[in-house]
Ligand binder design. Structure first.
Ligand code: ZN
Length: 335
């Protein structure tokens, strides 16, 4: 029997050519930003919880960036592991800091590559927190001991951003969720005549358990406590709009939502509110590790699951995706 159905959506799904014709979202290598972990010394150190991702010497970071460029990936984002940590994180804004060295080396070899730098304190401080703590010379009696101080941290973030720009960074990406961080960095960059250096703000960053493997990768786990006093509560969506609005007002050029996969609704909501700003999603270490682990067990098809996840982030509204799958995904898309 044949029912009298006027609409049969399956008509457009009959062949691969028809499906391609009506496909709404397309994933490309140009959508990816590839994260690189740079450290002092030679060679590579594999990160156990992130198979395929290594801590890299400066020379290896250049090689990895070249691989990305060959695959059509336009950008890398750098995270540094310093030689020594201290309460402020002095290497973070040192001209010879590890990220500063890596920026110069990558830009020398690959002038076209967009080099973005993460701007935060947590990888550089001995306590592992994203700002200066309420203790010692900075102590304020009105705040609890050990609280991450907002305003004193902003001065440091400005110095870090300027230091990166001086080495040739194309874009800075503050990730610490300090109030006023975009304004402070904008002001510091402008004062140093880097008014053309854009800011990609980690505007909407949640206090997420999906960051676990990253903390191995960047040696950046807090030594005590957590980041709930500055990163957002995973329960909140309206607050994402408040955070994004403030960063836009402060001069952010691009916005980011982090993590990605469990926050697709947030990506869509922020994109709808600010369609005029390019938006990035951060496909974080825990999301990557889950795909890798399940694939190693033979439980999922790594290629299909990774590409489907990345496609979903783009469909949700991300214009670009920071992802550890970048090299593999770009290769799969080309093949
Ligand atoms: Zn941080």
């Amino acid at each position: 029997m044949t029912l009298n159905l006027k609409s049969r959506p399956r008509r457009l799904r009959q062949t691969s050519a028809l499906r391609a014709m009506v496909r709404e979202t397309e994933l490309n290598a140009q959508d990816f930003i590839y994260p690189l972990f740079v450290r002092h010394g030679e060679g590579r150190t594999p990160i156990a919880s992130m198979p395929g991702i290594d801590q890299l010497s400066v020379a290896e970071a250049v090689i990895e960036a070249e691989r990305a460029a060959e695959l059509g990936i336009p950008a890398v984002i750098l995270f540094g592991i310093p030689a020594e940590k201290d309460p402020i994180g002095l290497e973070n804004f040192s001209p010879d800091g590890i990220v500063q060295q890596a920026i110069r080396a990558i830009k020398r070899k690959l002038p076209e590559m967009v080099v973005i730098t993460d701007v935060c304190l947590c990888e550089y401080t001995d306590h592992g927190h994203c700002g200066i703590l309420n203790t010692g010379e900075h102590y304020q009696v009105s705040l609890p001991e050990g609280y991450v101080l907002n305003d004193p941290t902003l001065d440091v973030l400005g110095k870090v951003a300027v230091s990166h720009a001086e080495c040739g960074a194309d874009m800075v990406a503050p990730s610490g969720m300090m109030d006023g961080m975009v304004a402070a960095i904008r002001e510091a960059l402008d004062a140093a005549h880097f008014e053309n250096t854009p800011i990609l703000s980690y505007a909407v960053k949640y206090a997420s358990a999906f960051y676990g493997p990253f903390r191995d990768a960047a040696d950046g786990a807090p030594k005590f406590g957590d980041r709930k006093s500055h990163q957002m509560d995973p329960a909140n969506l309206n607050e994402a709009l408040r955070e994004a609005t403030l960063d836009v007002q402060e001069g952010a050029d691009m916005l980011m939502v982090k993590p990605a996969l469990a926050y697709l609704d947030v990506i869509r909501t922020v994109k709808n509110a600010f369609p005029e700003l390019p938006m990035a999603a951060y496909n974080v270490s825990g999301e990557y590790a889950m795909v890798k682990a399940a694939a190693q067990m033979g439980w999922i098809d790594e290629r299909k699951v990774a590409l489907e996840s990345l496609l979903a982030m783009k469909r949700a509204g991300a214009d670009m995706i920071i992802t550890y799958h970048a090299l593999d995904a770009a290769g799969w898309l080309a093949g």
